[in-house]
Write a protein that binds this ligand. Structure first.
Ligand SMILES: Nc1ncnc2c1ncn2[C@@H]1O[C@H](COP(=O)(O)OP(=O)(O)OP(=O)(O)O)[C@@H](O)[C@H]1O
Length: 368
């Protein structure tokens, strides 16, 4: 087990005009499960591959257990990788696949068998040890890939989208199993995904990347409650946070004839900012189809999930803009069934004053 430090770590691919990973700083504790998340091309896989020694560190350092990894070969880093394509040996059995790395290290048959049996027990693979990979389901193959990593008892696990080949249901099951297993083994883990739900449910802490630059590194709850900028606010959460640009008049914000309800802190920030426009962020679960007052909107789309519904409602107010130029659509939540249907005129009201405010020029949260 080991701590990991990215200390201003950079990577630029030959011929590229920008850094794939730009001065990344992360302090990962011994035994921690850290998820790197971000959209496609944000540098997650590169950051992971730098840790594993599969990409150069062009400047800065990565340290494992305090030891600088620059110049250390991948095989000498004591890291086990799990990729999205499991790359199992088709002609070897599950047991042989899991024990292969140990065999290469010259570990005795007896010790190997014991380690493979223990990993198989942890992963519920005991009954499959003599099967070939072709005779396994996708989920079972994924577990064999995990098993192969576990038997090596490395100081670090690196996982790059290991669940992306599984169907939705299996992905949910397997992410729970991986997270539980990691807790049990206590092995420091860096896990890459583009799926923010996976990141939020699995990580002790989550690093959000964009264009190779770290945006925020924090616990899932903190990312959700206190995003540092409009990008993180919009990326974390499903459905995404409602974000729109609104004019500021007399330290207040209006949308479609209704004042946005601000708590004392937000009011003070808005007054102190001197901005004439602000990005406003409201989580869907803080908007509800309401009674007499609220934001006038027309229901465009419903998502009925059974236990809850999301109502997508168009707002006709030319003074309000979206960040991407699309028509302003606010998402509201309803516990259980939606009280409205597509085409209805409704009023949306805030049931919580937890509003997020960002500077339109930088995207950063007001007040830092
Ligand atoms: N081998 C390579 N050669 C040149 N450029 C690369 C190479 N691999 C990645 N890149 C570029 O580096 C940047 C970061 O890529 P990276 O694969 O790390 O992103 P990612 O966040 O993991 O994306 P994805 O989710 O699509 O895998 C991108 O701009 C990508 O085009």
């Amino acid at each position: 087990m080991a701590s990991i430090t990215y200390d201003g770590a950079c990577c630029v691919y030959p011929g590229a005009d920008k850094l794939a990973v730009d001065r990344l700083n992360l302090d990962i504790s011994d035994g921690e499960f850290v998820v790197l998340v971000g959209p496609s091309g944000s540098g997650k896989s590169t950051a992971l591959r730098m840790l594993a020694g599969l990409e150069e560190i062009d400047s800065g350092q990565i340290r494992i257990g305090g030891q600088n990894m620059v110049g250390v070969a991948p095989k000498d880093r004591d890291i086990a990788m799990v990729f999205q394509n499991y790359a199992l040996y088709p002609n070897k059995t599950v047991g042989e696949n899991m024990g292969f790395a140990l065999k290469m290290r010259g570990i005795s048959t007896e010790e190997r068998k014991a380690k493979v049996a223990e990993a198989a027990r942890l992963l519920d693979l005991t009954d499959f040890l003599d099967r070939k990979p072709a005779k396994l389901s996708g989920g079972q193959r994924q577990r064999v890939a995990m098993g192969r990593a576990i038997v090596r008892e490395p100081q670090v696990f690196c996982m790059d989208e290991p669940l992306s080949n599984l169907d939705a249901k299996l992905r949910v099951q397997t992410r729970t199993q991986i997270a539980a297993l990691q807790r049990r083994l206590g092995t420091t883990t860096v896990y890459v995904t583009h799926d923010q739900v996976e990141a939020m449910t699995m990580g002790d802490r989550v690093a959000v990347l964009r264009n190779g630059v770290l945006q925020q590194f924090s616990t899932p709850a903190d990312l959700y409650d206190s995003p540092v900028n409009a990008f993180v606010a919009g990326f974390i959460g499903s459905p995404a946070m409602n974000l729109f640009v609104a004019p500021v008049k007399d330290s207040s914000i209006e949308i479609a004839g209704s004042s946005v309800d601000l708590d004392d802190e937000s009011q003070a920030l808005l007054r102190g900012s001197g901005l004439d426009k602000v990005i406003v962020g409201i989580r869907p679960e803080h908007l509800e189809i309401g009674a007499d007052q609220g934001i006038d909107a027309d229901v465009a789309l419903l998502e009925e999930l059974g236990s809850e519904s999301y109502i997508y409602a168009r707002v006709d107010d030319p003074s309000i803009e979206t960040l991407d130029g699309d028509p302003v659509t606010l998402v509201a939540r309803s516990a259980h069934r939606s009280p409205a249907k597509a085409g209805d005129s409704v009023r949306l009201h805030q049931i919580d004053r937890a509003v997020h405010l960002f500077d339109p020029a930088s995207g950063d949260r007001l007040g830092g």
